[in-house]
Each structure stands twice: as C-alpha cells, then as structure tokens.
Ligand binder design. Structure first.
Ligand code: ATP
Ligand code: MG
Ligand code: MG
Ligand code: MG
Length: 439
C-alpha cells in the first residue's frame, strides 16, 4: 500500500474527548470514527487490525472443533418471549418495530436464535457434540458507553454455543473453549487470566471471565501472581482428550482469581502477601455453562441412547474483538504511539523514503516494496512528499513492527536501515540483505 494513495486520516492534535491512551491513539491514527454515541466506523487502518484479530479468533475456534455460521443482527421478539428474556433484558436491548408493526430487536446476544436453529435440525444424540459460532455485530444500549470501542453500544462479538447430551459432555465443551481462549489471547500478545465470574443475565452455573490486567480496566480483580508464569497450551493440544483438557482447566483454576462480584476476602488473604495481586482489569472474554436454561423452555431436545428425549446441555462463549483492539493498545504502547504485536499489526513493515524525488532513494524503495509485496508481506510504503521527521513520527505512531528506512546517504553505498519499533534497535545492511531478512 502506497501511503500517498491510502486513506489514513491522522490527527495532528490529541483528541480532547479521549480519556484513555488506547482511545486517544485509535482516534489519532485514524483507526476509528464515532458516528453517533457509542457507534463507530472502522476506518481502513483499524479494519486491518480488527481483521487480523478475528482471523486468530477464528483459527483457534476452528482448531477446537467449533463450526462457523452467520446469524443476523436483527431478531424477532417472539424467540425472546419463548425464553422469557424479552421482558427480563431491560433497557440495554434496542427494541424496534417493522412496517407490519412486528416487534423486533437488535441482538445483544444469540442464545435464543441459535437454540432455534439447533431444535429445527438436530434430533439425535448421535449428532452431538456440536458447537456453533459466529462473529457478528451486537447492540447493547449501554448506560455509559465510553473509552471508544472498549465499551461501545454497537460492538463485535465472537459468540459460540455448545450443545451436549450430558453434563460431562458439556463440561468437556467448556474446557475446549477455556483452552481455545488461553491460546487465542496469547497469540494476540496478551496474558488473560481466567477468573470465577458471576453469570449475570445469561444465567447459569459455571462461568469464567478472561481478564487482561490494565490500570484503565473497569473491573476490580484479585488474583495470585503465579498466573504470570503458567504455560499456554501448545499447537499440539488434542481437543478430544477429555483428561488432558481437564488438566489444563485444573491448572489454570488451581490458584485464586476472582472479580469483585465473586471476591472472597478471606480466601484472598490466605495467600502470602507478596504473592497477592490486587489490580484493575479489562474483560475480553466470558464463558458460561448454563445447562438446560434455554433448551428446556424452547424445546431443544434430542433422543438419547435410552430412546427418550432429553433437553440438551448448553454453554455460551463470548469474545469481544472490538474491545480487544484497544485492550492490545493499552498493553502495548509508548510515548510515541502504538507498538503492535506482529500477529495483529496492520502492516508487517513500513518502507520510509527519506527523500522522495531522489532517484536512488525512489528506486531502492520501489525495489523493496515490490519484492516484499511479492513475498506476501503487508507493506506500507511511505512515498509521501513529506519531511523525513514527519514520516518517522507517523511510523512510530501507527506502530508497524519494522521500519525499513531508505536515505540518500546510505543508499549511495547500497545500504538501508532497519528499525525495530518495539526495541528501537537499528541495523544497517544492503538492500538485498534487508529483503532476505523480511521476506
Ligand atoms: P461488561 O461487563 O464489560 O459490560 P458483559 O459481561 O456485559 O461485559 P458479555 O455478555 O460477557 O459482556 O459479552 C462477551 C464479551 O463481549 C465481553 O467479554 C466483552 O469482551 C464483549 N463486550 C460486551 N459488552 C461490550 C461493549 N459494550 N463494547 C465492547 N465489547 C463488549
Ligand atoms: Mg455488560
Ligand atoms: Mg461483565
Ligand atoms: Mg461478561
């Protein structure tokens, strides 16, 4: 992508309305734009990051055996009357009427709709287990939308729903998602801690929130310091291994971790003082097992091996991609801007032409830009007619992991400079060596 032809509306000044660093940086770099309160457009740079986050979420959901579909944003109120949640959900639900005066709503979550899909097709235990997920916009009319897309009214969610014949099956489904979440957040460059949680309006019995520690987080959390050193399940994790996944769950729930709603002061104080962590956190994911709460009233039953009909045991599993993007920035930035982890960076490398119009510089830039693009890299080429200082500042601000700098003096001896955004380390090498390193 040539920056001169791209759409990346960088702001010169820090936007006044932004209270936290991620919101400030997302506005300054032109990643997002507020369209009305708590409702955002994702501009091209932001969209790239969001797509990369979603790709990792999708890969890990698929790896665990979940199957992707896509349900609509608008739902009929009837389904929610069946489950009894239409009245219970309250003011966070945006209720609409269509031209025939039928009550509709913008889905805040999808338990009812997915249960309806399930009951329409699945009749036998032989078709279980099943886990269906989608990545779709949700709407919750939050009383206090704030911090940009961290708490917006319209937001994206990956929501998965599991169906099992028995409690034991449902617990294994829960452990699959638990493990997939550990892997997902790790690949996004985050350390998320699973914490015992309240189940809220989703209802149910077993529940964990995945929390990123951050000073600007809205939740008050308490946990053991050991979490920092726990191993993340590897690529070779076998999601069909019931005992293996239970061992991962047991390990990651073996020491104290709770949000303020579930906090047990006495249990926390039993931990030696130096090993206690009392902090603020951002909820980036939440998993629930809720048994037959929806399958019972909505008649989602399958025939068991005993020939009888059984309501299925269900769980639901959410991740907030549009909250994760600012959460990653909260965890990874400095005074000059964002520092993207490689896995979600909008571009892999930015090529900086220090002197656009200089023949040697222009030629070298075109060469590396073509070679790296051909190698499948996402390359941003800063070909603008701007001062070098402005280009360096832009590159630091938008946080691309590697800067490839082409200047008139070094190119005279066939050399360019590589700068690592995170460490600031610089290396000089030939054009060929730089291409070889980055391709
Ligand atoms: P919160 O406690 O922050 O209000 P929640 O507990 O209501 O979140 P869940 O119903 O558990 O949210 O939804 C699953 C995930 O969706 C959350 O863990 C979060 O990542 C994301 N999410 C929920 N509400 C919002 C929102 N208003 N803006 C952005 N992401 C959200
Ligand atoms: Mg909420
Ligand atoms: Mg919550
Ligand atoms: Mg929650």
């Amino acid at each position: 992508m040539r920056l001169s032809r791209y759409f990346m509306p960088i702001l010169k000044e820090n936007p006044k309305e932004a209270e936290i660093v991620s919101h400030r940086l997302m506005l300054r770099t032109g990643m997002i734009r507020q369209q009305s309160q708590g409702i955002y457009s994702w501009l091209p740079l932001g969209k790239r990051v969001l797509d990369k986050v979603n790709a990792i979420i999708r890969e890990e959901q698929n790896r665990s055996g979940a199957i992707e579909l896509l349900m609509p944003t608008l739902q009929s109120a009837e389904l929610w009357q069946e489950s009894g949640r239409y009245d219970a959900y309250g003011k966070e639900m945006l209720r609409i009427k269509d031209r025939q005066d039928r009550p509709m709503l913008y889905g805040p979550t999808n338990e009812e709709m997915v249960t309806d899909i399930f009951r329409s097709y699945v009749k036998s235990y032989k078709d279980l287990p099943l886990n269906l997920y989608h990545i779709q916009l949700k709407f919750r009319d939050e009383i206090r939308p704030r911090f940009g897309t961290m708490r917006s009214r319209e937001f994206m969610m990956k929501d998965a729903y599991s169906f099992d014949l028995t409690l034991e099956g449902a617990v294994h489904a829960y452990n699959k998602m638990f493990t997939a979440y550990l892997r997902t957040f790790n690949r996004l460059g985050l350390r998320a801690i699973p914490m015992r949680a309240d189940t809220g309006p989703i209802g149910g019995k077993l529940s964990h929130e995945f929390i990123i520690l951050a000073d600007t987080g809205e939740s008050e959390v308490f946990c053991h310091k050991d979490f920092v050193n726990f191993d993340i399940p590897g690529d070779d994790t076998n999601f069909d291994d019931v005992a293996g996944l239970k061992a991962i769950f047991d390990k990651w729930t073996s020491v104290y971790a709770a949000t303020s709603e579930m906090h047990d002061e006495a249990a926390f104080n039993a931990i030696p003082e130096g090993e206690r962590l009392s902090a603020r956190g951002i909820e980036v994911g939440h998993i629930f097992y809720f048994g037959t709460k929806y399958s019972e009233p909505m008649g989602a039953k399958v025939q068991g091996p005993d020939g009888k009909e059984h309501p299925v045991h269900m769980g639901s599993y959410g991740i907030g991609p549009t909250r994760l993007v600012p959460a990653i920035i909260e965890a990874s930035h400095d005074e000059n801007g964002i520092i993207w982890p490689d896995s979600v960076a909008p571009f892999d490398v930015v090529v900086i032409n220090m002197k656009a119009g200089d023949q040697a510089c222009d030629e070298a830039c075109e060469t590396v830009y073509a070679a790296l693009s051909k190698a499948g890299k996402d390359v941003l080429f800063d070909d603008r007619d701007e001062r070098a200082g402005t280009k360096f500042a832009t590159a630091d601000l938008i946080g691309v992991p590697v800067q490839l700098i082409v200047g008139p003096r070094s190119i005279a001896s066939g050399e360019v400079e590589l700068k690592n955004r995170k460490t600031g380390a610089r290396e000089t090498m030939t054009v060929e060596a730089a291409i070889k390193r980055l391709a």
